[in-house]
Write a protein that binds this ligand. Structure first.
Ligand code: BGC
Length: 758
């Protein structure tokens, strides 16, 4: 198909029309030219295909489908291969339903526990979010169905999401908020990108040329089309010029006319409209040419797959006295409405109309387990009556073990608005406290998309974090609780003790329509670790029913240049009695830096299945990006020459292996030395240091002489060269003028010239 030729046959009105949706879910057809309509649908963790009366808030029905665990859960699996398979299944469903693009994954960073949409996002860590979304995109697109990675970019709050400006410095954007998008665009080539509602440093994402063209296309090589989030367009003509190809849904023709007017008035180059059409049509025809409507959609098989994935995402946060796994012969009380009707997905555009859901009570009964059920709190009324409490306590007392299913109700956490605190409903906390008092063997299973405070943590023996685990979460929970599956999830975010500990706490939500990301790169564990702060559960944490040991850390070099790669290998051994999956996590830290950097950052992870007693190797390849920070002067990644630590273990706070490696930078930063540059900075630059030698001697001589005239002999002896240097380090180069006069002035001029021409 010659797309350019096709576009050349379109009228300006037809082209402008193609740049917005036909309705809520379709691109436009141009029948006279054989251009078909194509359908897009939410997304991301299931198919939400709606019919004509669509409203995108999940109020209207969509077709029955399979709801997989949300990204908050799948990130905890630390298993990109598994998420790729989930993507393949989603791609099959889209082919079956003739949906050209699945609207997801959503990869915004979990900056604060308060973001209402955290359940749909992967992590506080950009590397983990990047690896997981890349795998998911590869999976879906392997079925010749497109994805729309969203919401590009810095859309980490729901509060004022359509008007707020996310204001962050360049380094923070590059190191924290871009990498997931960047990795996916480079490695998985999403067919489309969805721009976010918000502004970035004052400019709407939907009309931001730096974002949509310079970075996304020119730097990262994106070659699909950019669509707007639903209703994210303010100035349509500016959007076309900036690189926003498709406006969604439709503007009823208003914005199409604006495009035509802007072209006619010479305010918008028609070539920009042509380009947008070419990009849209490339994808439209890629889809049409690869459509396979006879693809089967086996929902039963997908339900079972969803159960397996959910089980592998669950994070065992605490397991006192190895209470879990439970014995299948024991009587167990399942308490809390979530045991019967779990919260397994979030509200808003990602809401799936499930063909089936299974709660834990039903799953346990189906498995023939001796489970009694007491509902405890009421989700709808947000209350715990005395009667229900008494019933729950009695059930807990009568059973060997009590399992309270708790978490956040829909009203607490949803697309469209933020949470105002990090607490669970009071009625649930009270229930947990009462059950724990009635039965020392109390377990809590949590359903939530983001961290919660756990005031009862010291009184319960075990906690299993299920996140929003999809429609089969009940089966998954039973398999993990009773040991059919050994838990292997790890936290993709830090659980702080309290909301106020979170680094964005002071600034989150901002003032009016401006939110400053003032904590900079210190998001999540990058902050908690730098502060050496106590947390409830650290990033990367997750227990197992077996135990693992890490040993034998090796690197293939002690020193590399930043253009080389480094291979790091370690051994993981299952030292317990059950088969289990370990998650080896590799963190890199710069031991000394002139930049403010986090002590460690995740740069690799591997999930590995090991039988009891078995050892396995994990190996990682690190390149420049593993050691680099974003340098705002050169607008590029840069490595500071020096030593780095490489730590390996199974949580950001359990890293038994550590090695050091030296990395030499091959890129010199531009030199702008002036008479006001201080000695410290000049001497830190090895080439400048060599040039400085003669000048230094002269300065030290003058400086030492001054000291001599004042001090006693004993004092003079005590002043070592190091001390003189230490005293001088903050002195500007012009300091020599104070001691050497005109002769030194000429010398200083000379020196600056030499330094700046290195
Ligand atoms: C959401 C998107 C979603 C779109 C279509 C928007 O409100 O932010 O994530 O894909 O609606 O439903």
């Amino acid at each position: 198909m010659d797309i350019k030729a096709l576009v050349s046959r379109m009228t300006l009105e037809e082209k402008a029309g193609l740049c917005s949706g036909d309705d809520f879910w379709h691109t436009k057809a141009v029948e006279r030219l054989g251009i078909p309509r194509t359908m897009v649908s939410d997304g991301p963790h299931g198919l939400r295909k709606q019919n004509e009366s669509a409203d995108h808030l999940g109020i209207n029905d969509s077709i029955r489908a399979v709801c997989y665990p949300a990204a908050s859960a799948t990130a905890a699996s630390f298993d990109p291969d598994m998420i790729r398979e989930m993507g393949e299944a989603l791609g099959d469903s889209c082919q079956h339903e003739q949906v050209s693009v699945l609207l997801g994954p959503a990869v915004n960073i979990k900056r604060s526990p308060l973001c209402g949409r955290n359940f749909e996002y992967f992590s506080e860590d950009p590397y983990l979010a990047g690896r997981m979304c890349t795998a998911m995109i590869q999976g879906v697109q392997s079925r010749n169905v497109g994805t729309s990675i969203k919401h590009f970019a810095l859309n980490s709050q729901e509060h004022r999401r359509m008007s707020s400006s996310s204001d962050a410095d360049e380094r923070t954007i590059r190191e924290i908020y871009f990498p997931a998008f960047e990795m996916a665009v480079k490695e998985a080539k999403p067919w489309t990108v969805m721009c976010s509602y918000n502004k970035i440093n004052g400019v709407y994402a939907s009309e931001n040329p730096w974002l949509l063209t310079e970075v996304l296309r020119d730097e990262w090589g994106f070659d699909g089309y950019v669509m707007s989030d639903w209703g994210a367009v303010s100035d349509r003509a500016a959007g076309v010029a900036a690189g926003l190809d498709l406006e969604m849904p439709s503007s009823g023709g208003v914005n199409d006319r604006k495009i035509v007017e802007a072209v006619r008035a010479g305010r918008l180059d028609e070539k920009a409209v042509d380009l947008a059409c070419e990009r849209i049509l490339n994808i439209v025809f890629r889809w049409i040419e690869n459509a396979k409507p006879d693809t089967p959609w086996d929902m039963e098989a997908q339900h079972e797959q969803a159960a397996q994935i959910a089980a592998d995402c669950m994070v065992l946060l605490k397991n006192g006295d190895s209470l879990l796994p439970l014995d299948k012969d024991d009587t167990v009380a399942f308490i809390g409405e979530f045991a019967e009707k779990p919260r397994f997905q979030g509200g808003g555009s990602s809401h799936i109309h499930c063909f089936r859901t299974t709660g834990a009570v039903e799953a346990a009964k189906a498995a023939g387990l001796k489970v009694v059920y007491a509902p405890g709190y009421s989700v709808a009324k947000d209350e715990l009556t005395a009667e229900r409490l008494a019933e729950a306590v009695a059930a807990a007392k009568a059973a060997k073990t009590a399992v309270v299913f708790a978490g956040l109700p829909d009203s607490y956490e949803s697309e469209g608005y933020d949470r105002t605190h990090m607490r669970m409903p009071e009625c649930q906390n009270r229930l947990i406290e009462a059950v724990a008092e009635a039965n020392p063997n109390t377990v809590v299973v949590l359903h939530n998309g983001s961290p919660v405070e756990m005031p009862w943590i010291g009184r319960v023996k075990a906690v299993l974090e299920a996140y929003l685990g999809g429609q089969a979460v009940g089966e998954a929970a039973v398999r993990v609780l009773f040991g059919d599956v050994n838990p292997s999830g790890h936290l993709p975010e830090t659980f702080p003790v309290k909301l106020e500990d979170n680094p964005s706490f002071l600034y989150y939500g901002g003032e009016g329509d401006r939110t400053e990301y003032r904590e900079g790169v210190f998001v999540g564990y990058r902050y908690y670790d730098r502060k050496k702060m106590d947390v409830l559960f650290p990033f990367g944490h997750g227990l197992s029913y077996t135990s693992f040991a890490f040993s034998n850390l090796r690197t293939d070099a002690d020193s590399i240049r930043d253009t080389d790669t480094l291979t790091v290998t370690a051994t993981v051994t299952n030292t317990g009695k059950r088969a289990g999956k370990a998650v080896a996590q590799l963190y890199v830290g710069d031991t000394e830096s002139t930049k403010l950097r986090p002590p460690r950052e995740l740069k690799g992870f591997r999930k590995i299945l090991l039988q009891p007693g078995e050892s396995g190797e994990v190996s990682f390849t690190l390149d420049k990006r593993a050691f680099a920070y974003w340098n705002e002067e050169i607008h590029d990644w840069h490595v500071e020459t020096g030593d780095f630590t490489i730590e390996i273990g199974d949580s950001s706070r359990n890293l038994p292996l550590c090695a050091a490696v030296r990395v030499e930078s091959t890129k010199e930063l531009p030199r702008h030395y002036t008479k006001d540059s201080i000695y410290l900075d000049v001497m830190a630059d090895p080439k400048a240091k060599a040039v400085m030698q003669a000048f230094m001697e002269k300065t030290m001589e003058i400086f030492g002489h001054e000291e001599e005239s004042e001090g006693t002999e004993a004092a003079r002896e005590a002043i070592t060269e190091d001390m003189t240097l230490a005293m001088m380090k903050y002195m500007p180069l012009r300091g020599i003028l104070s001691f050497g006069g005109a002769e030194s002035a000429a010398e200083l001029e000379d020196l600056l010239q030499q330094l700046n021409s290195l």
